[in-house]
Write a protein that binds this ligand. Structure first.
Ligand code: SF4
Length: 64
């Protein structure tokens, strides 16, 4: 199980996370990231990693 969190102060809404990992991340009304699944496992884990690695603001933190 991997915990997923987003720092709203760092997120500027590029949208890479919810484009690459739409089952883990979504957008709010202004395009900033919302975490859909706080604890991922199985098939969702690679999606969470893709979002974390592609966020230009390092706003996504995974905790194992
Ligand atoms: S990729 Fe990063 S900056 Fe862009 S919406 Fe997702 S968390 Fe926010």
């Amino acid at each position: 199980m991997t915990g997923v969190s987003v720092d709203p102060d760092r997120c500027t809404g590029h949208g890479r996370c919810y484009t690459l990992a739409p089952e883990v991340f979504d957008a709010d009304e202004v395009g900033h990231c919302v975490v859909l699944v706080q604890d991922v496992s199985g098939d969702l884990e690679p999606q969470a990693v893709a979002g974390e690695q592609n966020c230009p603001e390092q706003a996504i933190t995974l905790s194992r």
